[in-house]
Design a protein around this ligand. Structure first.
Ligand SMILES: Cc1cc2nc3c(=O)[nH]c(=O)nc-3n(C[C@H](O)[C@H](O)[C@H](O)COP(=O)(O)OP(=O)(O)OC[C@H]3O[C@@H](n4cnc5c(N)ncnc54)[C@H](O)[C@@H]3O)c2cc1C
Length: 424
């Protein structure tokens, strides 16, 4: 009896978990699926700031154990660190990480999905460990929570912004706009929600905060129309604003020095780093000049058609946004369902149509909702501010937790529908 094709998914956070579960939905029992991740839980990154403002340790609520969801779909989980990928030999070397001292093993595949995200290169920023803060994972979130809520922060100036992102290039990539920051929804969201936190705690307001960007303009992927609304709002509320910093030279106790030679005074420095490719992926013959995995808009590598990539690890995911990863997950799963002979859609499998869908917290149960593809040449450009976007952001987490990452096909479109048309 022929064996079922084995699909190996590396990484099981937003992109990997959704892809694996959708593969099961599209491929049925025709395939064996295995996921590998160094943690047995998903980190619900976008809600870390909210937990910190509310004085909750973000690890309490935002680590979602996913093994039960994989079990439900008969997907095997390997709790291990991926150590190497042999794309010619179609195998992956890993080390189990539950206890230290485990021996390296390997697993073969017929199809590989790389969903390992990226390396967040704080290590490249001089002075970050001593003087920097961030909200990119629950460790750093908890560190900032303690600093803010346990008397560390003295009410001085705050700077929020990104280091320079170096986007990858490759002749086989579709034409993409060039980003100088990996993802600037979070710094904008944090500036707004932090201003609310400062007011509530009588420690300042928007005027205490300077937003900075390495690019010509912050959140360039929001497109001109939205920025024409957003930037005057930033100015009217009294935020400081620095563009074109070209990146971070170093952090020091009282501020940040930028690559363009300028500096900003800051007691609290909330930093988003460069997103770089993981070493295990970087030098493979499937990557661009920065080590991100090259795919077309159906998430398949052109030279190794059995290799797919989704989420932040894929070159085409610019900016590094979970909502893009979600769309890619569905496309990739359909492609694999078809490859397994179990999915014969009436319509052609769609290609990725890049767009930003972003729901941000602004404090006080208000939020912003952004839906735009203008940066990629499209004509959708919607910005809403009010109570509904905040409810959408909270609602998305509830849907995500309830469905275990298998957000129904109406999940994102429903958010779009409500966000695009609701009175806020
Ligand atoms: C503060 C903040 C707010 C954000 N808000 C939003 C938002 O509102 N909307 C939005 O769309 N996006 C948002 N994003 C971006 C979003 O979080 C990322 O795009 C998303 O997490 C990427 O998902 P991923 O699965 O591709 O990668 P990751 O989330 O990075 O997951 C990669 C997985 O691979 C595993 N892994 C990595 N290397 C190895 C290895 N060698 N061995 C084994 N396992 C490994 C990791 O453990 C992890 O589980 C935000 C980001 C930040 C930092």
């Amino acid at each position: 009896m022929p064996t079922s094709p084995h699909i190996l998914v590396l990484g099981c956070n937003f992109a990997g978990l959704t892809t694996a579960r959708y593969i099961r939905a599209f491929a049925g029992d025709e395939v064996d699926i295995t996921c590998v991740d160094r943690t047995p839980y998903l980190t619900f990154v976008p809600n870390i700031p909210l937990e910190v403002w509310h004085n909750n340790n973000p690890a309490e609520e935002l680590h979602l154990p996913f093994v039960k969801f994989l079990d439900r779909d008969d997907i095997r989980f390997i709790h291990a660190e991926v150590q190497g990928i042999d794309v010619d030999g179609r195998s992956v070397e890993y080390t189990p990480v539950e206890r230290s001292g485990s021996a390296a093993e390997s697993v073969g595949y017929d199809f590989l999905v790389i969903a390992l995200g990226n390396n967040l290169a704080f290590e490249e920023i001089e002075g970050f460990a001593e003087h920097g803060h961030t909200l990119t994972d629950t460790y750093y979130g908890e560190k900032l929570r303690r600093y803010l809520h346990e008397g560390g922060y003295k009410g001085g100036p705050i700077a929020v912004g990104s280091d320079r992102f170096v986007q990858g290039h490759h002749p086989d990539l579709p034409l993409l706009p060039e980003a100088k920051a990996a993802c600037e929804g979070p710094p904008v969201e944090i500036a707004f929600s932090m201003a609310h936190w400062l007011e509530k705690h009588e420690m300042g307001d928007a005027r205490s905060i300077t937003l900075f960007t390495p690019a010509e303009v912050i959140a360039e992927d929001a497109g001109e129309k939205i920025l024409d609304e957003l930037l005057p709002m930033v100015e009217d509320l009294g935020f400081g604003y620095r563009a074109d910093t070209e990146g971070i030279e170093r952090l020091y106790e009282d501020g940040i020095e930028f690559e363009d030679g300028s500096s900003v005074e800051a007691e609290l420095k909330i930093i988003f780093p460069n997103w770089t490719a993981h070493d295990v992926v970087k030098d493979l013959p499937i990557t661009d000049d920065q080590g991100f995995v090259v795919t077309g808009l159906q998430m398949r590598n052109p030279d190794y058609p059995e290799v797919f990539a989704v989420g932040d690890a894929a070159s085409v995911t610019v900016p590094k946004l979970g909502s893009l990863g979600h769309k890619e997950a569905e496309i990739c799963a359909q492609m694999l369902g078809r490859a397994a002979g179990a999915h014969e859609p009436d319509e052609p499998i769609p290609s990725l149509e890049p767009e930003v869908i972003c729901m941000g917290d602004m404090g006080g149960r208000k939020g912003f909702y952004m839906h735009t593809n203008e940066w990629w040449g499209g004509d959708t450009s919607i910005l809403k501010i009010g109570y509904t976007p905040h409810a959408l952001k909270m609602g998305f987490k509830t849907i995500y937790y309830t469905t275990g990452g298998k957000v129904p096909t109406w999940g994102l479109p429903l958010s779009e529908f409500v966000g695009d048309h609701a009175l806020v």
